[in-house]
Design a protein around this ligand. Structure first.
Ligand code: GLA
Length: 678
């Protein structure tokens, strides 16, 4: 999965030495008069902050006119932080180009699919493929790296910021040129490209590479192969920018680890992060709590996936929010206990550092209503008191840094490419949601008290007794072989509707659905049956959005559930093919969390699908990290009730207790229990 030669290297030890849990925030001192800086460092010390990400949006102040540099203020704040024992994750400051640059070179501005040029005035208004932007950006990186190479406060580099958050899809002429080069590298000939894109359809044949464009707004549905390759290219173009900045830093500051903040989260679909793991020394992630009853479980899912994108090694939670964000339609503050709960849930999934956006809530600008560690109300506030309490907790649990997350027996295979392609236009319905399907399985597993890993689809499945592959739409020959191996080994695969349908070019596998998986699951589907209204299954489950008319291919395929209403009444809805000790289960409809919970219950002969009794019927999520001969078990209370637990180990952290003592886990609380590893 890892792409390049970069080897894992954690944040440097810095002022406080090794074995610290990192704690901090994006710090934007340029938004405040200098008097505030003194108070900032005082409060940071009070909170136990030991790292800040600095300079993320500072380009316009660092280079106020072309080639005119002003580092004095940055020197001063880095020195002040260092004097106070606070280390710096220094940004390369390229996230938002200054006004002089876009005034002089409007040709760096991104262009949307309909030809609109995006104006400056927001942020990230640059084309990832612009040679002009790249030159200016790398010059800035070189200046910063040269100036701060030996500063003792510098413990990591923060490349760009959330690469691709706003400028992932650029349809400019620069993009067109770079796209053609990307295509030439991927396809040996135009004939190969014409073949896999199916350009015989609608007279889309290309005779010259220069005829190929990004999939701009067109008169009718755009070519799916072209769309998919443009998605791959756009994700890779951001990674190229990351590599270009990283190369300058590697040259000038080889001993300083480099990272960039990924956005492994439900609202960011289009970056293939597992292919970026090898391009950073350690993985960082940004995650913002989804409001509503499943928000905590959603957080757990993406933290879990981040831990596996990091290949089990510690990662840094670079950004989350102390309380409300300001960019959803409605932005409620966090409920009591949630600040601590969210931070510790990320730690449970392998984060060795917890940072926020941002240190001090802005007074002006587009994010003034976004929470910070120091809110508008000041330090005498609930949020800041919680921030101080979290700082103390992180220091108390610091001995666990470096501990690896223990693998579960069940995996959910997560595939960014299937996420992209299954949500394409020109499909049988527009209502399918890959992310929601994957989340439904995770939520159901949590509800049943079953621990699962969310793993990138290219990671090894070898250690898992059960692999769940929800809506695994894109299946290559290689992937099919890996899935077949699971069942051949006597292990278990569960997959769902619209899986196995297309190859890596979004071309349909012929002979009936689910195409590549037809023989493995032992059935075929001649036509999809998207639903206009929900239908019932015999078990009582509801099918929404989607159903399929299943034809079983052999007697070894059992029917676990049938459709009970609509045109498919009496037909199989959920099947299971047994192969020796292994099995392949197929779920042909969108059953939601309740429905898939029922499916999992019906598979309870599989040992790994029996819930852990200590979860108190799924009220707790249990996650384990282990290192240095100690196992740390995290018990996260998913409910608003008190849950009682009598573990064999001892409570660990600021509230440390004795081994075997009964613990009352408060609503939304995360309790850590430590005991020697067996
Ligand atoms: C992103 C950005 C931050 C800030 C936060 C607000 O994660 O990286 O600069 O805008 O969102 O949630």
């Amino acid at each position: 999965m890892a792409t390049d030669a970069t080897t894992y290297q954690w944040v440097k030890d810095g002022a406080l030495g090794a074995g610290k849990m990192r704690y901090g925030a994006d710090y934007n001192p340029e938004q405040w008069p200098r008097e505030v800086w003194a108070e900032d460092v005082r409060l940071m010390r009070e909170a136990g902050v030991n790292i800040v990400s600095l300079g993320i949006f500072s380009w316009a102040l660092l280079e106020p006119r072309e080639g005119e540099w002003d580092f004095d203020w940055l020197d001063d704040i880095i020195d002040l932080l260092h004097e106070n024992g606070i280390d710096v994750d220094l940004a390369t400051a390229t996230a938002s180009p200054p006004a002089w640059l876009t005034t002089k070179h409007p040709e760096v501005l991104p262009v949307t699919a309909d030809g609109t040029i995006l104006s400056p005035g927001g942020r990230q208004h640059w084309r990832p493929t612009s040679p002009i932007f790249r030159e200016y950006a790398l010059r800035l990186v070189r200046q910063l790296a040269t100036r701060y190479a030996d500063h003792p406060a510098l413990v990591a580099w923060h490349i760009g910021n959330e690469l691709g958050c706003h400028n992932l899809y650029d349809f400019s002429d620069d993009a067109a040129r770079a796209f053609r080069i990307w295509l030439q590298e991927h396809y040996t000939s135009l004939d190969a490209l014409n073949d896999v894109w199916g350009t015989a359809f609608w007279s889309q044949h290309y005779s010259e590479w220069d005829e190929i464009l990004p999939p701009r707004v067109a008169a009718a549905q755009r070519n799916p192969g072209q769309q998919l390759d443009f998605q791959r290219f756009s994700s890779d173009a951001q990674r190229d920018h990351l590599r270009a900045e990283a190369a300058v830093l590697a040259e000038l500051t080889p001993g300083v680890p480099r990272t960039t903040n990924f956005m492994v989260a439900q609202n960011i679909r289009d970056i293939d992060y597992p292919s970026w793991t090898g391009d950073v020394d350690f993985v960082s992630n940004d995650h913002y709590l989804r409001p509503g009853p499943r928000g905590r479980d959603d957080l757990s899912f993406w933290a879990n996936l981040t831990g596996n994108i990091a290949e089990g090694r510690p990662w840094l939670l670079m950004e989350h929010a102390t309380s409300a964000v300001n960019w959803r339609e409605i932005n409620p503050p966090k409920r009591p206990g949630e600040l601590m709960r969210d931070a510790l849930t990320h730690v449970a999934h392998g984060a060795d550092g917890v940072c926020y956006f941002q240190w001090r809530q802005s007074r002006a600008g587009g994010e003034r209503y976004h929470s910070g560690m120091v809110p508008h109300a000041g330090a005498d506030s609930r949020v800041f008191r919680d921030v101080v309490a979290l700082g103390a907790e992180l220091q108390a649990i610091a001995p666990m840094t470096g501990a690896h997350r223990e693998k579960a027996r069940v995996a959910i295979a997560f595939d960014y490419i299937s996420w992209w392609v299954s949500g394409r236009d020109s499909h049988p319905t527009e209502l399918l949601r890959y992310d929601e399907e994957a989340l439904s399985w995770y939520f159901a597993l949590l509800d049943l008290g079953i621990r699962a890993d969310v793993v990138p689809v290219d990671a090894s499945f070898d250690d898992y007794d059960v692999v769940i592959a929800p809506m695994l739409h894109v299946v290559t020959d290689d992937l099919r072989g890996r899935l077949e191996q699971i069942v051949a080994d006597g292990r278990h695969l569960i997959t769902t509707y619209f899986s196995g349908t297309v190859d890596e070019y979004d071309r349909v596998w012929l002979g009936g659905y689910p195409g590549a998986l037809r023989e493995l699951v032992g059935l075929t589907v001649e036509e999809f049956v998207p639903l206009l209204a929900p239908e019932k299954l015999a078990s009582g489950a509801s099918a929404t959005n989607w159903s399929e008319r299943i034809i079983r291919l052999g007697d070894d395929v059992e029917v676990l559930d049938t459709y009970a209403s609509g045109d498919l009444a009496g037909e199989p809805a959920v099947t299971r093919r047994r192969v020796g000790a292994g099995s392949a289960t197929y779920v042909s409809a969108d059953l939601g969390v309740e429905g898939v919970t029922g499916v999992l219950r019906s598979l309870s002969d599989i040992d790994a699908l029996r819930g852990d009794e200590r979860t108190a019927g799924g009220k707790l999520e249990i996650i384990t990290r282990a290192g240095d001969g100690i196992r740390y078990e995290f018990f996260a209370n998913r409910t608003d009730e008190v849950v009682t637990l009598t573990p064999t180990g001892a409570r660990f952290g600021t509230d440390a207790g004795a081994p075997g003592a009964t613990i009352e886990i408060q609503p939304r609380e995360v309790v850590i229990v430590a005991e020697p590893a067996a």
